[in-house]
Design a protein around this ligand. Structure first.
Ligand SMILES: N[C@@H](CCC(=O)N[C@@H](CS)C(=O)NCC(=O)O)C(=O)O
Length: 211
């Protein structure tokens, strides 16, 4: 089997999740950068007609949507399963992934981190109102992640799962902006989970440059 290709900028949270899954499985991959703006033009539109990143390719099989990519990676490569077999843990993992897509990415990434971190770097105006509006939802996401994790070492049980890989880029970025400090401090269990995730080799080898 050939090396999978991930298309997108290393700094994108969803691109990072896909690369984390490959690293957790011990699968070498190629990252083909797609600069901000280039994702709305060819050749990227042929890979992802909705003009998002990541796109993914493996042995001529093309895929987009991070959840599908993560599940392909987990099912397609044998080592270290990233989906629990226990029904309740499996459901928790899927619930957390759903929270990421529906609530955490829009508030933490699009509302707060984009404006506080990325907009200044791109020379775009910082939408303070969007940051303020996103904070209550971001806090709720954190308290739900903490509640669902309970006393387990990982978000969906005693082993790392796709849920951890979807959440860690978001919480890592959130921990790097001033707005994240107080909400994270309210959840020491989540903070120590984040520290443990940061120590994993998968995190170290996929961490976007400049972070
Ligand atoms: N549903 C998509 C969402 C991907 C997504 O929103 N990616 C962001 C970057 S983290 C993006 O492409 N943003 C560019 C844009 O919306 O123009 C997935 O799960 O892959």
């Amino acid at each position: 089997m050939g090396r999978p290709i991930v298309y997108g900028p290393a700094g994108s949270t969803y691109v990072w999740s896909a690369r984390l899954a490959l690293a957790e499985k011990g699968v070498a991959h190629e990252l083909i950068d797609v600069e901000f703006g280039a994702h709305r033009a060819e050749p990227h539109l042929s890979r992802h007609p909705f003009a998002k990143v990541p796109a993914f390719e493996h042995d001529g099989f093309a895929l987009y949507e991070t959840q599908a990519i993560l599940r392909y990676i987990d099912e397609g490569f044998a080592s270290s399963p990233l989906q629990p077999t226990d029904l309740h843990q499996f459901a928790r993992m899927n619930q957390i992934i759903g929270i990421v897509d529906a609530y955490a990415w829009p508030s933490i990434a699009a509302g707060i981190v984009f404006n506080r971190m990325l907009a200044p770097r791109l020379g775009l105006p910082v939408d303070e109102a969007a940051i303020t509006a996103a904070l209550p939802r971001a806090r709720l996401c954190l308290s739900e992640f903490a509640r669902l994790m309970g006393d387990d070492p990982f978000l969906a049980g005693e082993r790392i799962s796709l849920a951890d890989l979807m959440v860690v880029p978001l919480l890592y970025y959130f921990s790097r902006v001033p707005e994240g400090e107080a909400p994270l401090a309210e959840h020491p269990g989540l903070q120590s989970w984040l520290r443990r995730m940061e120590q994993r080799q998968s995190f170290q080898v996929t961490k976007p440059p400049g972070l």
